[in-house]
Design a protein around this ligand. Sequence first.
Ligand code: UDX
Length: 437
Amino acid sequence: MRISVIGCGYLGAVHAACMAKLGHDVVGIDVDETKIKDLAGAKAPFYEPGLEELLAEVQTTGRLTFSTELSAAEGSHVHFICVGTPQKKGENAADLSYVNAALHGLVPYLSPGDLVVGKSTVPVGTATRLAEVVEESEPAAHLLWNPEFLREGHAVADTLSPDRLVYGIEGGSEEHPAVQKLDEVYAASIQAGTPRLVTDLPTAELVKTAANSFLATKISFINAMAELCDAVGADVTLLADAIGMDNRIGRRFLNAGIGFGGGCLPKDIRAFMARAGELGADQALTFLREVDAINMRRRSRVVELTRELCDGSLLGKRITVLGAAFKPESDDVRDSPALSVAAQLQLQGAVVTVTDPEALANAARRFPELHYEHVTESALTRANAVLLLTEWQEYRDLDPYEAAALVSTCKILDGRNVLDPSKWRAAGWTYRGLGRP
Ligand code: UDX
């Protein structure tokens, strides 16, 4: 099938490459010329394991091309909208200008029978409005909402073998021709047994925001438990293991630490609250305000604990921060809790050195005033305190004896609760976790 993918960010670039892998003829479109040039040269514009190999593989087949012109979408039968919906500056709501621009730019190139598939995360009600725009311009084309659940760091696998496919279509009927068409696009996944649910448009939009809100709530729940554990000297990691064994609860997303960040969870829960307010249903989501507040409190808690570790004063203390990305296997620093903590420590007078295997260039663009060091050993040298804030495998595997030989004072704050406290203490370190005695 001939497919266009509009927007080649995290979502679109991976989606375009994966659709070509599935055997389709794909054109990826983005207004950013550098991004398109990179992608056309099989270079991923961001770090995502497996993406560059996949780009190189599918480009040899000739099935994947890139363009900066929306006119390149003409002749495709299925058009995926994959542009970003960031948080609006100064408010909680989502900025829909890229989605609106993409759709309005696309409609002149639609032909009868074409299918427009929305994948961006949008406030509920958006898809119905966009379906009207499609209908007015090309009455024989359809719009379907197909939310994307991919995780950064696992984006290729999540796209090729998703947990589920959700199709939102006006009327929510399985018999709709748009459903059959999208089934053809995803034939390989469906044959492999991926469950597929057909819903109406608002339900499909809500599935995505509800899923992200649930994940954020789960993380903030365990972080609230970490606060209690700290108050009584209990261990939140064992608490999570024990409650996680109840398969109604499940152990995943119960890792207490410095909280969630990234380009999705924080902005999605805020946009969801804003949208609920517009719909007169804000009471239904007031709990998300608390979820957000617990999450942001983690960052100040880490700053306070670091001050304690540094004998009550941060002034002039050399602090090494291990990790800048919002999570491992990513170079994304959008709303990264690690980087936010590093910046706060610097503002309070500490001399902060940040290291990360992949995210330093992005971090330096965001916070140019911090000191960055590529080599872990150099970053650790002469530190008064070490903070593990993004749990890259390299940091989990650090040898406490070798690290002790580099630092000035053996003090470590494990912001992700991934180190073995007894091992580090045995090597002479003062170890602090979050919600751990
Ligand atoms: C998320 C959703 O998981 C994905 O389905 C959606 O499509 C986009 O948003 P992503 O932003 O890639 O994906 O990251 P995710 O793996 O969900 O982690 C989000 C944040 O939560 C990270 O900062 C991570 O460190 C943190 N986290 C995760 C915790 O603090 N504790 C946990 O137990 C799990």
